[in-house]
Design a protein around this ligand. Structure first.
Ligand code: AKG
Length: 271
């Protein structure tokens, strides 16, 4: 067990402040996880056209099982309704608000990560969301048991106190995304081991990513949300409209492109 696991006698906010990443056991029940898993898997196997275009080749496992980005904006689909429900669900939202204060929801995503699929190289989420002046926070829900074999998330505790780093090219034999950041000096990656229904909360500067799914049989599905404090005054347009905890749509200013990489630097939308 890694030290990012929330101990019963530790406050969530204290653990988050110290590590920038907190693993909470069993927030969703087995039945709730089953409903999510079945709905998303049936959707992608029936029609994967709502998947995000990451430009992968046709013979890539991710071509058949593309990640879904912003599925909560598809109310006509069960996966859309489920995404929106869980994005605002009090067990998640109350914990997010303990960490951020008054909160807007900004993004939903679902990763299938089928057997042999590539992972996502180390990165910091707020490079993409560009929430300002406050950073974003992720709630990463394990829909399968996730570990090193099936490409479970790797995180760098303590990296949240560092600024955003302008990324370098990633090794695309291991990562479907093309950019990666380095591990801050003196810190190291922790391989998470999560059970279905566990949730990992992490800060927008926390360095994290995943290796390929080296299993021949196990998927590594996850439902992922990103949030920003209501104190944010700007965010990249892709994440708008934001949602209040009551589900009302809100628009704030659009953040300028570039961030730590300077002007002219463009990242793909979604991340
Ligand atoms: O699930 C993964 O492998 C990566 C997800 C991720 O990095 C993210 O949600 O920002």
């Amino acid at each position: 067990m890694s030290h990012i696991l929330l101990e019963p006698d530790v406050e969530l906010a204290d653990a988050y402040r110290d590590n920038g990443v907190v693993h909470v056991r069993g927030l969703l029940t087995a039945d709730e996880i089953e409903t999510i898993k079945v709905a998303f898997t049936e959707q992608v196997e029936l029609d994967n056209s709502i998947g995000h275009n990451d430009g992968v080749p046709d013979d890539d496992p991710l071509a058949r099982y593309p990640r879904f980005v912003q599925p909560h904006r598809r109310p006509e689909l069960e996966v859309g309704r489920l995404s929106r429900h869980w994005m605002l669900e009090p067990r998640i939202m109350q914990r997010v608000q303990q960490l951020l204060g008054p909160t807007f929801a900004a993004q939903s995503m679902f990763y299938f990560k089928p057997p042999t699929a590539r992972g996502q190289a180390l990165h910091q989420d707020n490079l993409f969301l560009r929430a300002h002046p406050e950073t974003c926070l992720a709630a990463w829900i394990a829909v399968d048991d996730c570990d090193a074999e099936n490409g479970g998330l790797k995180v760098v505790p303590g990296s949240h106190v560092y600024d955003l780093e302008c990324p370098e090219p990633a090794d695309e034999s291991e990562s479907f995304s093309s950019v990666q950041v380095s591990i801050p000096p003196g810190l190291s990656t922790v391989q998470t081991e999560m059970r279905a229904g566990d949730v990992l909360f992490f800060h927008g500067s926390t360095v994290h990513g995943s290796l390929p799914n080296s299993s021949e049989t196990r998927f590594r599905r996850s439902l992922i949300f990103h949030y920003v404090p209501q104190a944010s005054v700007e965010i990249a347009t892709f994440y708008q409209p934001l949602l209040t905890p009551a589900g009302d749509e809100v628009w704030i200013d659009e953040s300028a492109a570039g961030g730590p990489c300077g002007t002219g630097w463009e990242l793909p939308e979604g991340h």
